[in-house]
Design a protein around this ligand. Structure first.
Ligand code: GDP
Length: 316
């Protein structure tokens, strides 16, 4: 059976995975998911990207936000307001159960990969969800004129409304890929870099020793989907982050970041005019509609991505 790996951040990757699982058997897909947004709050272990992918594949995600559960209630958060507790990061009543469960299982000595598997089994998810590593890796951003802050401070508390001039992934160089991660990359007939933030979602995956090397080795089978359309991110700070860190905020900028380990880049029809410049960088530009506004469009984007790579090298 032909196997596909998707290098994943949160919302963009989750939509892509949902589309892909409509055109490929879900159990032939492995998502390798960013953990550098993970953090602790109220003593709980929270893994935002893993949870977004989980709820999306469980058909349970809140369609308005793209994260959290649909039909969520917020009674615990409003009660917490009474005590002037930490309510800057909203955790819904249903969502809290997942963080309670994960925290308890980690405290008992389970790995993040094991807990992720248990949670996805409970939701009857057939896609194989793998945190990129079981080791703690944490994104830190340098705010101009201020110093270093945590990812969720930047992203949620400050609504990414501050300029940054550096990003690093604490713990990445000492981390090792979770069991099965490198094997999945090496065995895949197609490897997709999901439409995720190149700096803070895909960046931390590449920072784990062994991952970039595995992608480079399998470059012919790697296709990326540009998260930047017409010079803008559909959501979030990816465009601004690219320019603040000295990259061009466009599909061309994404192409130059991904060229060392990808053979093709799926770009939106809005960026068709960039095709030649992208191809001149040594990465094939494939033009398609890439906005995943519903499940059938997401399936179409997944199909375009899969068709953009060279035929599988093995008999997969
Ligand atoms: P997170 O969900 O906040 O962790 O962020 P992601 O890592 O998922 O990255 C968000 C990026 O995905 C943004 O740059 C968006 O532009 C991009 N994105 C989200 N939805 C889509 C889509 O439907 N198509 C494309 N091409 N990109 C998307």
């Amino acid at each position: 059976m032909s196997k596909t790996v998707v290098m994943s951040g949160g919302v963009g990757a989750a939509k892509f995975l949902r589309g892909l699982s409509k055109i490929h058997p879900p159990d032939s897909i492995t998502a390798i998911i960013n953990v550098a947004d993970d953090f602790r709050l109220h003593g709980l272990a929270i893994s935002p990207d893993i949870d977004t992918v989980t709820y999306t594949l469980a058909e349970q995600v809140n369609p308005e936000t793209g994260w959290g559960q649909k039909g969520e209630t917020w009674r615990v958060m409003s009660e917490l307001e009474r005590y002037k507790g930490q309510t800057w990061f909203s955790l819904g009543d249903l969502d809290l159960a997942l963080h309670l469960y994960r925290t308890q299982r980690l405290a008992e000595g389970s790995t993040l990969a094991e807990v992720t598997k248990e949670v996805s089994a409970a939701w009857e998810i057939e896609v194989n969800l793998l945190p990129v590593t079981n080791h703690p890796v944490r994104t830190r951003l340098t705010v101009e004129g201020e110093g270093d802050i945590d990812f969720q401070d930047y992203f949620v508390a400050r609504q990414h409304d501050v300029a940054i001039n550096a990003v690093r992934f604490d713990g990445a160089s000492d981390a090792i890929p979770a069991p099965g991660v490198l094997e999945a990359i090496n065995e895949a007939s197609h490897i997709v870099i999901a439409p995720s933030n190149p700096i803070v979602s895909i960046g931390p995956l590449l920072a784990i020793p062994g991952i970039l090397e595995a992608l480079v080795q399998n470059k012919e089978r790697v296709v990326a989907v540009s998260p930047i359309i017409g010079g803008l991110a559909l959501k979030g700070p990816a465009d601004r982050m690219l320019s603040e860190l000295g990259h061009e905020p466009s599909a061309l900028g994404v192409a130059s970041l991904y060229q060392p380990f990808s053979s093709a880049l799926l770009i939106d029809t809005a960026d068709k005019h960039l095709s030649t410049k992208i191809s001149n960088l040594g990465i094939k530009a494939v033009v398609a509609n890439t906005v995943m506004s519903d499940i059938s469009k997401a399936a179409q984007v997944a199909l375009s991505a899969i068709n953009a790579t060279n035929p599988p090298l093995t008999g997969a």
